[in-house]
Write a protein that binds this ligand. Structure first.
Ligand SMILES: Cc1cc2nc3c(=O)[nH]c(=O)nc-3n(C[C@H](O)[C@H](O)[C@H](O)COP(=O)(O)OP(=O)(O)OC[C@H]3O[C@@H](n4cnc5c(N)ncnc54)[C@H](O)[C@@H]3O)c2cc1C
Length: 568
């Protein structure tokens, strides 16, 4: 039976950074991923990574911008750690081979990004995630003797010992369908976010909230789940992302009157206000009849003010996306975009070393909520979050492993998961009391519901409706049938398991959004349009109690920046 000091679930940036850090501490490490590591969703990250590396910059300025961007819900101790450690981390990436863009003086070039008071985003054209992920994977190869890789293994559950400590996982080999228990002194969840709960989303099909739901199911609290980021520039046709780097380079937003409407909403930062502010402005223009396109549901993003040569060099990926997915040459004409689901600020509650309240269980990256993003994440702060807290979790877990014996995991969890998969495979097409539904049908209804009611603007009636629909879909998912009954690469059965994870995430998100009767960051309640610090300067924590979710609260950590009115 495989046994490791540190077992990391997820091989995106957070997971790979954690694996390297734990290996460097001398631990025996394994990293598991349901897809090949370099197909992890981090590969899609485009615009860059923030760090105060300019001599005129200061990490405190980065930290303040992050606190303000979070609408004062971010925990300032964690933000201080992330921003003060950022320059060293980016320089480390550069030393191990990430080919960051350089300016004509040969220095690392920095581009402007939303909510930042100066240019502090290091980048590799608009393929920054890909560039970093491949270099980290290369580094992992150097540690092949101490880091085992379980590629295309799907974790189905976290295992606990009799005292509730996390002591390993149960997983299925995607290639063969074989199930196995993995022992571990520590498990680090680095499973990414839950974007697929929404439709459309900028997130890949694999981003289904697995780690969030698995932690939640064994009692770990989820924090800030109501905070879901809508990115201001996603393609109207299909939700694909046009990076914020475009606006950083000088692209502008126009309504149907040709007006640069951000002047009304954020006169100082214009298109580079924080994402929640820009998305709300766009949505308001659309709702008030100044949208573009056949049904008026779009906004023009005009990239032509950026010199064509610069666009072709620094934004080449979105040049391709424009051509391939919208039939538009962005170097010559505007492209139609609108706000679209992009990121979740919430996740598994952790401390600054990635520890969850469950002993032996850590989390880092988008799966986690430490909380450095609070109510709204600044663009280019997520890659930073994955690397800083991935590394810290890896180091801490490796050190913890030194003092404890390898736990023994009973086979009960394995038997339960095998039985659950057998039961999914055995479902009949007539299994539902009303009518049989495919997994994909339920998923589509979930995504559309969340995008309608738990989006840029929310209110009690819509949220209540979403809650009822999610509850019904949960019930229906118990009977959803799959077509593929085989063992080899059975993505159908994994899709049914993922649907369960997504529904848990959706339930927590809706519940948090109902609970928070104020407007802050990405949560804008039209029935409670003001921020209410007196009552709501606190995190909402959602835990599983018996069969149902239970709401709790925890304080926001404030170190040096008192809440103030947020203007851009
Ligand atoms: C289009 C796009 C562009 C972006 N651009 C930027 C940017 O420029 N700058 C920035 O800061 N942020 C950006 N972001 C956000 C950022 O990319 C993500 O938040 C970040 O990469 C998440 O990394 P992660 O390591 O936490 O998770 P991921 O990279 O999503 O990795 C998750 C890993 O977990 C594994 N996994 C999941 N479930 C299971 C399971 N059940 N069993 C086994 N393995 C599992 C997956 O296989 C994968 O290896 C962007 C996001 C998108 C969608």
């Amino acid at each position: 039976m495989p046994a490791h000091d540190v077992l990391i679930i997820g091989a995106g940036l957070a997971g790979q950074r954690a694996a390297l850090a734990a290996a460097q501490e001398g631990a025996s490490v394994a990293i598991m991923s349901k897809v090949h590591p370099v197909r992890s969703h981090s590969v899609a990250a485009a615009g860059g990574i923030n760090a105060a590396i300019n001599v005129a910059d200061d990490w405190r300025s980065h930290a303040y911008d992050t606190v303000k961007g979070s609408d004062f819900l971010g925990d300032q101790d964690a933000i201080e750690i992330m921003c003060s450690e950022a320059p060293h981390e980016v320089m480390h990436l550069e030393h191990i081979g990430v080919t960051f863009h350089r300016n004509e003086r040969g220095e690392l070039d920095l581009r402007a990004f939303g909510g930042a008071s100066m240019k502090r985003t290091a980048y590799v054209a608009d393929i920054t995630g890909q560039a970093i992920l491949h270099v980290l994977y290369e580094q992992l190869m150097k540690h092949h003797e101490t880091v085992d890789r379980y590629e295309e293994w799907f974790t189905t559950s976290l295992a606990q010992d009799g005292d509730g400590r996390c002591c390993g996982v149960v997983a299925r080999d995607v290639r063969s369908g074989r199930m196995e228990t993995f022992h571990a002194k520590n498990v680090i969840l680095a499973c990414g976010g839950a974007g697929q709960v929404y439709s459309p989303t900028t997130n890949a099909l694999i981003v289904t909230g697995d780690g969030i739901a698995q932690a939640y199911r064994i009692g770990a609290p989820l924090m800030d789940m109501e905070m879901v980021q809508y990115h201001p520039t996603t393609l109207v046709e299909n939700g694909l992302l046009i990076t914020e780097g475009a606006r950083g380079e000088g692209a502008v937003l126009l309504n149907s009157d040709g007006e640069r409407f951000m002047e009304k909403y954020a006169p100082n930062k214009m298109e580079l206000a924080s994402r929640d502010v820009v998305s709300r402005a766009e949505q308001t223009e659309i709702l008030e009849g100044r949208g573009v396109g056949p049904d008026g549901s779009g906004i023009w993003l005009d990239i032509t003010p950026v010199p064509r040569k610069r666009t072709l060099e620094a934004l080449r990926e979105i040049v391709n996306i424009g051509k391939d997915f919208a039939g538009v040459d962005i170097t010559r004409e505007p492209i139609m975009i609108r706000p679209g689901q992009h990121y979740i600020m919430g996740g598994v509650k952790t401390d600054v070393d990635g520890r969850t309240p469950i002993e032996g269980l850590y989390a880092a990256g988008e799966v986690a909520c430490v909380s450095v993003h609070g109510g709204n994440r600044l663009g280019a702060n997520s890659l930073l979050d994955t690397l800083i807290f991935g590394r810290r979790a890896g180091e801490h877990a490796a050190r913890r492993a030194q003092g404890i014996p390898m736990p023994d995991v009973a086979d009960a969890r394995l038997r339960e998961d095998v039985a659950e998969i057998d039961a999914i495979l055995a479902r009949e097409k007539i299994g539902s009391p009303t009518r049989p539904r495919r997994v994909s049908e339920i998923k589509q209804e979930l995504g559309a519901t969340m995008n309608q009611h738990v989006a840029v603007y929310r209110d009690q009636a819509g949220l209540q409706q979403a809650r009822e629909i999610v509850a019904r879909l949960k019930e229906e998912s118990q009977h959803a049938y799959v077509d593929d009954r085989g063992t080899v690469f059975n993505q159908d059965v994994l899709g049914a398991i993922e649907l369960g994870y997504m529904l848990d995430c959706a339930e927590a998100t809706v519940l948090g959004a109902i609970e928070r009767t104020e407007s802050r960051g990405a949560q804008f309640r039209t029935d409670y349009p003001e921020r209410n610090d007196e009552q709501w300067l606190k995190h909402i924590d959602i835990s599983l109690n018996g069969d149902g979710p239970q709401v709790g609260y925890s304080p926001v950590t404030i170190t040096q920046w008192q809440p103030e009115e947020r203007k851009y």
